[in-house]
Design a protein around this ligand. Sequence first.
Ligand SMILES: [Zn+2]
Ligand SMILES: [Zn+2]
Length: 390
Amino acid sequence: MPIINRIAEFHDEMTAWRRRIHANPETAFQEHKTSAFVAERLRSFGIEVHQGLAQTGVVGTLKGAHGDGPAIGLRADMDALHIEEKNQTAWRSQVPGKMHACGHDGHTTMLLGAAKYLAETRNFAGTVHFIFQPAEEHEGGGRAMVEEGLFRKFPMESVYGMHNFPGIEVGRFMVREGPCMAAADSIDIVVRGKGVHAAAPHLGTDPIVTAAQIVTALQTVASRTINPLDAVVLTITQIHAGETYNIIPEEVVLRGTVRSFKPEVQTAAEAAIKRICAGVASSMGVTVEASYTRGYPATVNDKDEAAFAAGVAAQVTGQNNVTFNSDPVMGAEDFAYMLNEKPGCYIGIGNGPGEGGCWLHNPHYDFNDAILPLGASYWARLAEARLAKR
Ligand SMILES: [Zn+2]
Ligand SMILES: [Zn+2]
């Protein structure tokens, strides 16, 4: 059973929605126009709409035509990124410095497409909650929705998410059971020495030489501290110090990220980072402050729900086009907060190679409108299968 015919009929309409959202990108918790557009579309389909959860979040609630049954949640994200778009399409971003470079415009549209179809057909028993969340990229809109009572106000058995992946062919879905996206933690390190003339280093204590040794020594966290069978990435992404040629500065600031899949790896990484920073600093006679902040947790799919989602994807695109138990990704995703509360599944949908092969968060990225009916059909079939009348 391929793409749903009725959904294919409004492919052009979905494309217009997607391009409209793309042209008007809004970043974390500022998704006012996007959220108003989503709410207005949902109402036009005859769906009950709740606005204001996590500021700009929208939840649409639709009951099936076949009476009582369980409730489920289908979730899309609405936020854009702080990137200047380099595409020259007619629907390119109209907002300087902001861009839908992660395809959340497409995610929102695919879920709207499914909502339109399901509102017309209502061929299920129970309730579908369409969840449109703000601020996925960094600020944790998903966590805010959970904290503000998403699952209390809209009780549901399970919850599902989807993300496009450039570099994966159109028509292919990827899903795995267990951890599929990493936990993303932040490291902040401040090394403090005693500033002095660069030509008289013996009269001060140099935080730059210490910071360089810390960066090198931190590479042993992944290679020597964590079990080789557990995935972990530690990357230092920022070094800030100094202003000129002839002064040893007082301070160096280092920042970075740790990605992993298991809480025990996070705990071990935190302890190792603090131990290494303190040890290197003390050996060099400077002081150090190292802090470790836990960010998005790992995104973990329920085993049964992952198998179920793979089956639904196979209905839409054929068994051969579903990669089951694909490799996890070290990126992070705040849908993790919803999966921490309810069983469910996060699935990847191929976005095609993309112009120049550009990946997510690239200024040349664009969501591929060809996959809108595929994603919308997946959502619709998922709801009909999960809430099949008994
Ligand atoms: Zn992103
Ligand atoms: Zn994204």
